[in-house]
Structures are given as C-alpha cells and as structure tokens.
Design a protein. Structure first.
Length: 314
C-alpha cells in the first residue's frame, strides 16, 4: 500500500536512513499505514527510532495491515500483535472462470454482455474528460449510500487524478452510460497492481463489478502483469489459523457495523487464488484511544461520521 503514502493527509517520520514511515495521528496515537518504506537493513533502526520518539512524547503507536516482512522486527522491538485478516491475491496466470468455482462469475458476465455492457480503460493522462470524472465521483457518493458508511480513507484512495496520477481507471458502460468502475494502484517493487476502489451505481445492472474484474484482469495480463492484490478481508470470514483470531469471532456484529466484512470476503473469495496474512501490531498496549485513532484514520470524520450515516439511513 506504499502508493497511498502519496496522500498529503499523512505525516512522515524519517531519520539518518533512507526511506520513511507514513502515519496518521489522533488522540496521541500514531497509526502507521502498512509496512515502513525502508530497506530491510535499516528496518530495525527505523522502527526503534519511531517507537522511542513517540514514547518520549507519550504517543502510542500501532502498525495497521502490516505484512510478514516486518513481523519479526516488530516483535524484537517489543511490539505485540495478532492476525487481523488476509489479503486476497489473484495470480493472473492461473486464474480462470471455468469450472464450478467460476460458475457465478460466468453467469454474471453473460448477463452483462447480453445487455450491452462493455468495459474500457479511462486513460486520463492522454485526455481528460470532466464528464467522466464527475460521473465517477457521483458513483462513489452513491456507493457510500449503498454501504451506509462515510468515505473510506487512509488504507484506501480516492477519485483523485492529481495526487494519484499513476492510478488505472476501468469503467463499465451500459448503453453508453457509466454504471461502475475500478481503480488500481501500481506496486512499483513488484511490477504489479493493487485494487483500490470498486464502485457501482445503485441501479447498476447485474454483473457490473464481475465484468469489470474479468475484463481488467485480461487487459493487465496482456501487459505482462502476473499478480493482482485485490484487498483485505477481516479474520472472521477468512481462514482462522490463530487462537487470537477467536477474539474477532465474538465481535462479528460489532465488526459488521464498521465494515461490510462478510460481503467483501465472499466476493473476493470468488477471485482469489491465494491469501496473504495481514497483522495489527501495537505498543505499549491496546487502549481505547488507540482503537478510536484507528477508526478515525480509516473513516473520514471518525465515529461521529459513521453514526451520522447510519442514522441518516434509518
């Protein structure tokens, strides 16, 4: 998720080493987005200096959606943590919609194509279209209404053609009208892409998102892309491998209030060819202010915004 650190809403910590740690701070808590963007050799030094600097100012720290690559370093530096979910990964060389697993995808795509739905890439670097861009922003607003949640932030991008100008936009049209879209961010170190946004209109025809997925997969595969990372799925609906995960099983209803975990998992399961673990690490302890800071990082407006959207729907 390093591409998301282009956002000007993040703060940056660096020292006498190459790279940086991107984070947001709320309630005297620094929430780090993913892994520090430093080399393996300087990772222990960067984590230690970040923790010591924050501790000297009575600031708690946590790493949200970090990977296996930094787990041992965090443990060595005194952090505690647990598995919080898995990242769905699609190997484009082995992915197929044939067979029993792909039946629902094939059915949706057949329906979409029979109803004059097409997918194309909006190449905004070559030529900007205010009409298309306004449509994408309007669809995003509708999507938030469907999900009954405020706009996601921090671990998610936005429809922003200035800050994230390396993003790829794929749009789905029905009889010439845009009814949905996907955005992918580049993963420079892996020569791959990360799925960020998948949005559709409230009245979009069946098959909109499935058609977008499959057609964008075909385009990216033809460009030589091997893998796509299509997003995080929380523990209660992914593979429960650790005892600490049982804590989340007890809080399924609470989790669903903040994030549509169940629907997200079952949709990504249709496409994933493998899963990679994500972790949450913290220091010195889990506290109310740490949890509040995490929610405020992920959602614009924090808890107040979430309750406002829920009550608005009711």
């Amino acid at each position: 998720m390093s591409y998301l650190t282009y956002s000007d809403s993040l703060s940056f910590f660096n020292g006498d080493w190459e790279g940086y740690i991107a984070y947001k701070q709320f309630f005297k808590t620094a929430v780090v987005l993913g892994d520090p963007i430093v080399s393996k050799d300087t990772l222990p030094t960067a984590v230690r200096e970040f923790k010591n600097t924050c501790s000297s100012q009575n600031i708690h720290t946590c790493f949200f959606l970090c990977t296996n690559q930094i787990v041992q370093t965090l443990l060595h530096e005194g952090y505690k943590g647990f598995l919080v979910g898995h990242e769905a990964v699609v190997d484009l060389n082995t992915f197929t919609i044939s067979g029993k697993k792909g039946w629902s995808i094939r059915s949706s795509i057949n329906y979409a194509q029979k109803h004059n739905m097409t997918v194309e890439e909006y190449q905004f670097k070559k030529k900007r279209s205010p009409t298309i861009e306004n449509d994408l922003k309007r669809i995003t607003q509708e999507w938030c209404e469907i999900k009954r949640m405020p706009e996601l932030d921090f671990a998610f991008g936005h429809v922003d053609f200035e800050t994230f100008n390396d993003a790829r936009y794929f749009i789905c049209k029905h009889n010439g009208e845009i009814v949905g879209f996907l955005t992918y961010f580049p993963i420079f170190g892996l020569q791959s892409y990360y799925l960020d946004l998948s949005r559709r209109k409230i009245d979009a025809p069946r098959g909109t998102i499935d058609l977008l997925f499959v057609k964008s997969f075909e385009i990216l595969k033809n460009e030589g892309v091997d893998k796509l990372y299509i997003g995080y799925s929380p523990v209660p609906y992914s593979r429960n491998q650790y005892l600490s995960s049982n804590l989340f099983i007890c809080f399924k209803p609470f989790l669903e209030f903040f994030y549509p975990a169940k629907s997200e998992f079952f949709f990504k399961k249709k496409y994933a060819t493998e899963w990679q673990p994500n972790y949450f690490f913290y220091s010195p302890r889990i506290s109310v202010r740490l949890l509040f800071a995490l929610v405020h990082s992920i959602y614009e407006g924090g808890l107040a915004s979430i309750f406002f959207h829920r009550m608005k729907i009711l």
